[in-house]
Design a protein around this ligand. Structure first.
Ligand SMILES: Cc1cc2nc3c(=O)[nH]c(=O)nc-3n(C[C@H](O)[C@H](O)[C@H](O)COP(=O)(O)O)c2cc1C
Length: 532
């Protein structure tokens, strides 16, 4: 058994047995930037990009007649997808229940909003664009600067062959790739050993934003998570312990397809620019170093098709009482608009208006469909394995008795696991003070059989488990935005209590996130400050 098993167990237990270093206090005044900083590089401004009004969230999830994913990216659509996911689109100034509230009006401490959610709002995913001669710019490696919405040129020359070789046959029919790194310090300065758990979810949230954004308009985003990671770290000029490479997305490109590998494939070429760290003091954490080592050791050993089958989510129990759901409320809003409206509720739930059963049905369907990451993960819809199972703690939903339910994604109905108002249980097992969980209409909880995934595909499977949960989180956030519901997700809860409450011991399911959905207090104080 690899280290990822131990890490997974420690994460589950951490509400009862704190993970070392227990006395760690973040040095806020010496924190890192929320992006990488490459001084002196050239910047390529990205074009303004429209978004089709009929590219609805229902289409993104395949709930409405969807466009086949045969479209081709160009610079404009790439620009739009990056802006709407990780680009800065506005400033958060609404009054909410987080402890950072008093800092928000100060410009140097401004909190900029983005389409994707991210644990702690730290946004540690670095996006690199590796483009060969079929692209619109001189071939090279660019870093997407979220602050400027520009591409910063890190290397000039065609190195797309390096990525193609690293992918070992996946996504070979193009010379345009998005490579996603995670710069750990950007998150670990705050979350230390817990960091790996959070950032691997952030990765899934970012990729799922792209999958929805692209899928709704007939483009496809199919991520690879298994490839020669060390080779890509070398290409990007990053330290193997400081920045992991978590995913590669080959882009079908408009100006033609590379028929044969191009660019040098020597394995020797490397970006020479270096990110300049803002923090004077950077710490490393044992658990994080070990997780990077364990999950990258056999990074190129892509699991065989079907390898995940033994780790599939357990079926619902047909003996449990049935609670039918109505058809999901439609989500006709276009994906860009709903991403711009997306935000965390942070304490603004108000149960005086219950959630409708149609809204709940839509959130559950979106979460379930959104959990299928596709690409080389073996989890795509169709022949892929469904890893995530969903539970719903119902507080205030029209036509549904309060209680804990499990969700049947095929029949789109609920089964009652435990009757009774769950509010007291939910609040008792939440660590932070920024939400009153009882005021949410429902709290959705995705589970994955983490140990079974690790047994099936090795330690790198931890990244897949958490990317799946991140994708579910982003799906439910975006669905709530379309359904005019408030939403918030949180990792700060006692996982073991949820295992006990839902009786998950026998199946080995790990409850990995809580996702609150509900109506908010009317007209909460806010200040509009859109920048995109
Ligand atoms: C994987 C993940 C974990 C999160 N965990 C928490 C949490 O424990 N508590 C919380 O209040 N918010 C949590 N969030 C929400 C983020 O804090 C939020 O997305 C971020 O601050 C940006 O704010 P916004 O969602 O309003 O854009 C989490 C988000 C993600 C994607």
């Amino acid at each position: 058994m690899g280290y990822a098993h131990d890490y997974a167990a420690a994460i589950m237990q951490r509400g009862r047995v704190p993970m070392p270093p227990v006395d760690f206090v973040p040095n806020w005044s010496d924190g890192p930037r929320k992006a990488k900083y490459y001084p002196g590089v050239d910047s390529l401004p990205l074009p303004a990009a429209d978004y089709p009004a009929d590219a609805s969230l229902d289409r993104a999830f395949g709930f409405a007649d969807s466009a086949p994913g045969a479209g081709e990216f160009d610079l404009t659509s790439l620009s739009g997808m990056l802006l709407d996911s990780y680009g800065l689109t506005g400033r958060r100034l609404g009054v909410q229940a987080n402890t950072d509230l008093s800092a928000l009006p100060f410009y140097p401490l401004a909190n900029w909003s983005r389409g994707s959610a991210s644990g702690g709002g730290l946004y540690p995913v670095s996006v690199y664009w590796v483009s060969g001669p079929n692209g619109p710019v001189t071939p090279g490696v660019h870093y997407y600067s979220t602050r400027h919405h520009t591409m910063q040129r890190l290397l000039t020359g065609d190195v797309s062959g390096e990525v193609r070789e690293a992918l070992g046959g996946y996504g070979a029919n193009t010379d345009q790739y998005l490579v996603l790194g995670i710069k750990y310090w950007q998150n670990s300065f705050k979350y230390n050993s817990f960091s790996f758990h959070a950032v691997s979810m952030d990765l899934g949230a970012a990729v799922q934003t792209w999958r929805m954004w692209a899928g709704a308009r007939g483009l496809s985003v199919e991520p690879a998570m298994w490839f020669d990671e060390a080779r890509l770290q070398k290409l990007l000029g990053v330290d193997g312990e400081e920045e992991g490479v978590f995913a590669v997305v080959p882009l079908k490109w408009a100006q033609g397809q590379a028929s044969s590998p191009t660019g040098p494939v020597s394995g020797d070429v490397s970006v020479r620019h270096r990110d300049i760290e803002r923090s004077r003091e950077v710490f490393t954490f044992d658990a994080l170093l070990k997780m990077q080592a364990a999950t990258s050791e056999h990074a190129a050993r892509r699991p065989a098709p079907g390898a995940l089958a033994p780790a599939a989510a357990p079926p619902v129990n047909p003996q449990l009482p049935l609670a039918p759901l109505p058809a999901a409320r439609p989500m006709p809003g276009d994906v860009r608009t709903v991403l711009r409206r997306r935000r965390s509720s942070f304490g603004r739930f108000d149960a005086s208006r219950p959630v409708t059963a149609e809204q709940l049905a839509a959130c559950l369907a979106a979460s379930s469909t959104g959990s299928r990451l596709g690409g080389d993960t073996g989890t795509g819809t169709g022949t892929g394995v469904r890893l995530a199972k969903l539970y719903a703690f119902v507080n205030h939903v029209e036509g549904l008795e309060p209680g804990a339910y499990e969700y049947d994604p095929d029949a789109r109905e609920l089964r009652l696991v435990k009757a009774g108002r769950p509010g007291e249980f939910l609040q008792r097992n939440y660590f932070l003070s920024n939400y009153n969980l009882e005021q949410a209409g429902a709290v959705l909880v995705p589970t994955v059989r983490t140990s079974a995934v690790l047994d099936a595909v090795g330690d790198r499977g931890y990244r897949l488990v958490n990317a799946t949960i991140g994708a579910v989180a982003q799906s439910v956030y975006t669905a709530c935005s379309a359904l005019e519901l408030g939403c918030g997700v949180a990792l700060g809860f006692d996982n073991v209590s949820y295992i006990e409450e839902l009786g998950l011991d026998a199946t080995g399911e790990a409850p990995l996130l809580i996702m609150m959905i509900g109506n908010e207090r009317p007209a909460p104080a806010d200040f509009r400050y859109e920048i995109a």
